[in-house]
Design a protein around this ligand. Structure first.
Ligand code: SF4
Length: 169
């Protein structure tokens, strides 16, 4: 990939709440979903945040041995799927598992793969997808890893190989 710059709204270096274990979280900048009462409205603009070099982010990640996984959050990582798929391939090579949040539904992503090579690469390189828009009327603080009960924590590899959606938690 020639352009190694990814637009991020932020990074949490060691998080315990964005998936299991100690995780590095990369927050994408840019989102089209406009969920009512979104927690992160500053992440919606496609020219906000800051551009970061992906190879440098991976080198920083490698230098912390206690990280057990990486989470892509947002914003919506699927709006920069070419960049996040590059990140995902390099992170998988380090043996770390990858979670990804998106406002798109898993079924919508699968139905649009043939026109979108970057989405295909991204979905094939992540382990878990937390899908769907945040719905304020379905907000539930008691559920793990999600903001509203319509969202699902999907085991991507089992779902793709088995032909039906397998959820975790
Ligand atoms: S998908 Fe996430 S970042 Fe985008 S509007 Fe909805 S809650 Fe906010």
């Amino acid at each position: 990939m020639e352009d190694k710059m990814i637009r991020l709204s932020g990074i949490i270096h060691e998080s315990l709440v964005n998936g299991p274990g100690i995780r590095r979280v990369f927050f994408s900048q840019g989102c089209k979903h406009k969920c009512k009462e979104c927690f992160n409205p500053e992440t919606h603009s496609f020219d906000g945040g800051e551009l970061r070099n992906m190879d440098e982010l991976i080198e920083e990640l490698k230098s912390n041995p206690i990280i057990s996984g990486v989470t892509f959050s947002g914003g919506d990582p699927f709006e920069q799927a070419d960049k996040f798929s590059y990140m995902a391939q390099r992170i998988k090579a380090l043996g770390l598992n990858i979670w990804c949040y998106t406002g798109y539904k898993f079924e919508y992503i699968l139905n649009n793969l043939k026109d979108n090579e970057a989405w295909e690469k991204l979905i094939n390189n992540i382990d878990v997808l937390v899908d769907g828009r945040f719905e304020i009327t379905l907000r539930d603080e008691s559920i793990k890893y999600r903001g509203s009960s319509n969202q699902r924590v999907i085991d991507v590899k089992s779902s793709l190989s088995g032909g039906e959606i397998i959820t975790l938690y």
